[in-house]
Design a protein. Structure first.
Length: 521
């Protein structure tokens, strides 16, 4: 939505565009979060339905083959992006030369990596011993060029804090991809259902973005803009490459040494575990990064806003991971089928890793906004080395060992990662620890209560569906109650959120629009 103090700039003259810091971030961040979570509910509901269907129709080996192709394609997608969209959003001022130069650079890279990926598809199939990988990977590479076309319009809408437009586009694209996946799965195409989902989502997303902005590239390529954008984006790319290996090296290691069946079971558990990250951390990051960029020159205000949003993020994500930890043994066989039973211990270990992961998910935003991309790179290097080493050691015990190595590594990294972030961002180490550790005691007690309730119900022979429901309700009820009573800061956050919700309801009842649709020039 357009906030009065953050109005979309007029780009018709091709002049320089600068951020106009809003008087308060509450309105734009609140609106962004509202649209993000509305979008997430609809998109994740769609994905869950499609995921259940695919889990019933695809074998672990088919899922694993598609996962390997997707993991490798994600790497080339990241290289083709070179961090340019983030660079465009982060800069306090941009010009038409910056916009057009970025567009032509992104398009050129998209075409180059499409050609490179297709050329390497045969080698990929040989490396993993799966002939079908050649065609799956080659098809995904076609999406690099399509994705390159949406970089600039997406970045410009993010700068305008146009969360409503961006999220409506995501909803339509996700549903379109889901429809394609369902058709292909029912047609018995196996792994192609997952690949078709990805390609359809990317294509529809790109098309919709261009309908929502009147900006069009000019035949301009400025070397000064190119060097400036790639200097930031190139350093950021190094960080993104390292984070890629944090996220995907487990799948590649398992696929290379254990085969597509085990990688399918592991990737299935990993996809479930990343649900809280995809539904809480990433939406917050996409809202907070452009919002924080508007106040980057006010260090005190930026630090205070970051600390508060970090506390809220950790408080939301921690119980979400632990609910999955508790209900996982009933959820997987009941909802997805017994063929995925090997994923149960993997899911539980990854959820424990997720709690540690949650403590640092907002660090990258602060470092990027403060232009500490060099620190981000070195931090990512430490994290990647530790996490990959843990997984390599665990590989000898199969997919459960890999998950255990992943979890142990992330917990070992909590203190070093927090200290490095605190030092680079010039925020007290103890101040950050006081924020991120607040929910953990409440979450631990709530998890113990939920595990006890589930064990008692299992002893009584209660149905798995009821155990899932009771486990989740007990954990959340105990956690919310303890957090509200035991933490002044979390209680204040909850009270303010409830107050704002009441204000919006009163405004809606009075017929006062709280969310006007913006017009983007």
């Amino acid at each position: 939505m357009a906030h009065p103090s953050v109005s979309p700039p007029d780009r018709s003259a091709g002049g320089e565009e600068a951020y106009s810091p809003p008087e308060t971030l509450t309105a734009p961040i609140g609106t962004g979060i509202k649209w993000k979570f509305t979008s997430q509910i609809l998109r994740e509901g769609t994905r869950l339905g499609v995921g259940i269907l695919l889990a019933r129709l695809l074998t672990p080996a088919e899922w694993g083959t598609a996962t390997i192709a997707m993991a490798l394609a994600s790497f080339l997608t990241m290289l083709a992006e070179v961090g340019l969209p983030v660079a465009l959003v982060q800069r306090a001022r941009i010009s038409e030369a910056d916009r057009s130069t970025m567009f032509w650079t992104a398009l050129g890279l998209g075409l180059a990596f499409t050609a490179l990926g297709i050329a390497l598809s045969g080698l990929v199939a040989d490396l993993f011993g799966e002939p079908q990988l050649q065609w799956l990977f080659a098809a995904l590479c076609l999406g690099f060029t399509v994705a390159s076309l949406e970089k600039v319009p997406g970045a410009l809408l993010s700068r305008d804090l146009a969360f409503r437009v961006l999220e409506l586009r995501q909803i339509v694209a996700t549903m379109s991809g889901a429809a394609v996946a369902v058709v292909l799965a029912l047609a018995g195409t196996g792994s192609w259902a997952i690949i078709g989902n990805s390609l359809a989502t990317t294509t529809v997303s790109c098309a919709l973005l261009w309908t929502q902005t009147s900006w069009r590239p000019k035949l301009v390529f400025a070397w000064d803009s190119f060097r400036s954008l790639t200097a930031f984006g190139g350093t950021l790319l190094g960080t993104q490459v390292l984070r890629y290996f944090q996220l995907y090296s487990d799948r590649l290691l398992i696929g290379r040494h254990l085969g597509p069946g085990p990688v399918g079971s592991y990737a299935f558990a990993s996809q479930l575990m990343f649900t809280p990250i995809g539904n809480i951390a990433y939406p917050l990051q996409m809202v907070l990064f452009p919002a924080f960029a508007t106040i980057q020159e006010n260090v005190e205000r930026l630090n205070a806003a970051w600390l508060r949003t970090t506390r809220i993020s950790v408080a939301l994500m921690t119980p979400a991971f632990l609910v999955l930890f508790v209900v996982g043994p009933d959820l997987i066989p009941t909802v997805f089928g017994s063929r995925w039973d090997d994923s149960i211990p993997v899911l539980q270990l990854l959820c424990l890793a997720g709690v540690a992961y949650a403590l640092g998910t907002q660090n990258g935003i602060l470092l990027a906004v403060k232009d500490r991309v060099g620190t981000s790179f070195h931090l990512a290097l430490l994290i990647t080395a530790t996490v990959v080493a843990g997984m390599v050691v665990g590989l000898q015990w199969g997919i459960t060992g890999v998950a255990a190595g992943f979890a142990i590594a992330h917990w070992l990294l909590v203190l070093p990662e927090t200290w490095i972030t605190a030092r680079a961002a010039e925020i007290g180490f103890r101040k950050i620890l006081a924020v991120i550790l607040v929910p953990l005691p409440f979450a631990a007690v709530a998890t113990a209560a939920a595990l006890g309730a589930r064990a008692g119900l299992e002893e009584l022979g209660v149905s798995p569906w009821l155990r899932i429901l009771v486990g989740a309700v007990v954990l959340m009820a105990v956690y919310v109650g303890l957090a509200y009573v035991g933490s002044k800061s979390l209680r204040a956050d909850a009270d303010e959120a409830r107050s704002r919700l009441r204000s919006r309801k009163r405004a809606a009842a009075a017929g006062s629009p709280s969310d006007e649709a913006p017009t983007y020039r």
